[in-house]
Design a protein around this ligand. Structure first.
Ligand SMILES: [Zn+2]
Ligand SMILES: [Zn+2]
Length: 260
């Protein structure tokens, strides 16, 4: 784990089970070089995200652990921001209101439907149509210029929802848009523990990312201590198999490369 980062973690400030200090201890135990916090922020009112009044609290809590653990591990400040088309100004104001090392842009909603947690509307559209709708939102998120990384890129597969036909063109187009907009893709290892049973993105999309010189970073989407850096050996092996030799670290929204 030496040299690695976990940039996708949640605390009690959003829907995580542990506080910042607990999560930092877990990262130290795993031997990570950096842990980044990325509690949910959502412009729609939901019970699993921080409210904006909590943002200064978040900043303060991160400063406290950064100070306390300065000799042991680097601690980064991020958020996982839900993307909604038409809400770019509001999202930008939130992002600019706090000091951040990186911003993960995630699509969890198609319209008002949280497809990531609510299974009730699956079946209303064909899977191909769902992929189309989901990835169009990812395209908009990428072109918004608001985000440093795209979270769990193919999360639409979460409940084992797979395309009915060959969607290579849609995937190629998606990765081209990410490349054009200089986005980093996180390899989110939580997918291995979700119904889909594989990382998000999966190998096929990662291979297209590599082909288009898209940089990657790592995140476990830990919602509790035991999930920090989960499945990292497998993730690093996969990245290396594909050809990656580096991942990206963030500080103050600037990138730095780390060899893996
Ligand atoms: Zn997410
Ligand atoms: Zn998350």
């Amino acid at each position: 784990m030496i040299g690695l980062v976990d940039y996708h973690t949640h605390t009690v400030l959003s829907d995580g089970k542990n506080n910042h200090e607990d999560m930092v201890w877990a990262a130290i135990d795993k031997g990570l070089d950096e842990i980044g916090f990325s509690d949910h922020v959502c412009v729609k009112p939901v019970n699993w995200a921080m409210s904006t009044v909590d943002l200064p609290v978040m900043t303060n809590q991160i400063m406290v652990v950064r100070e306390k653990f300065q000799d042991k591990i680097k601690i980064r400040s991020g958020i996982e921001m839900d993307y909604f088309p038409g809400k770019e100004t509001e999202i930008k104001e939130i992002i600019n209101s706090v000091p951040l090392d990186y911003v993960i842009g995630s699509v969890h909603f198609i319209g008002d439907w949280n497809f990531d947690s609510d299974q009730s509307l699956y079946g209303k559209w064909s899977n191909d149509k769902l992929y189309e709708m989901y990835f169009r939102l990812v395209h908009q998120a990428a072109t918004s210029g608001l985000f440093d990384t795209i979270g769990h890129l193919d999360i639409i597969k979460n409940f084992q929802v797979y395309p009915e036909s060959d969607l290579s063109d849609l995937f190629e187009e998606t990765i081209r848009i990410l490349a054009k907009n200089n986005l980093v893709v996180e390899l989110n290892t939580s997918g291995a523990d979700r119904p889909c049973g594989e990382f998000t993105p999966g190998r096929m999309l990662l291979e297209i990312c590599y082909k288009h010189n898209i940089e990657v970073t790592l995140g476990s989407d830990a919602h509790q201590q035991s999930q920090v850096a989960r499945h990292y050996e497998t993730a690093v092996d996969l990245l290396k198999e594909i050809g990656y030799t580096e991942i990206v670290a963030f500080e103050n929204r600037q990138r730095k490369k780390i060899r893996i």
